[in-house]
Design a protein around this ligand. Sequence first.
Ligand SMILES: [Zn+2]
Length: 174
Amino acid sequence: MPNRLHHTAAALAHALFCTEQDADRRTEARYPTQDPAELQVLPCPSEPIYGTILDVSRSGMRAALPKRLDRGQQVRVQLHNNVIFGEVRYCRAVSGVFHIGIRIQEVVRPAQPENEHIADDPLSLYAVGKGLSVPEVIQVREHLVRCEACRTRLAQREALLNPSRRARPGRPLV
Ligand SMILES: [Zn+2]
């Protein structure tokens, strides 16, 4: 599959060029979640599909659903108070359920203060790679992309929390 090849090549290029950049690499890695989600295939209204978000990557997320979706379908994902619009990239049958890859196109979230740095607690949870909800992961990543101060804080925290992980080569990429 060309897509998969492209994906692998991108991951390889990333591994070659970004080995020194811990914080950057972290934004590429999948962040595991277990958030319940309600999906609707657009155009709404349609039957809601109840599933679980398994992980979030930089530009997408993976959902486990009881129902097959088709590549290219537009979906609306309700998560806590957030709504995410995205496009189905793939659908795989995995032990009785379907794993759906969704490319995130738009995140609609409740109004919140802009320009606030990431608080210590969510930054720590991000560094250890578990404990944040899907919208929180997305929010932290969006902030990290545009805030060098928080990238530095994250790198320091990672060094503190995971001294061995830093030294371990070949951390799996997306
Ligand atoms: Zn910041």
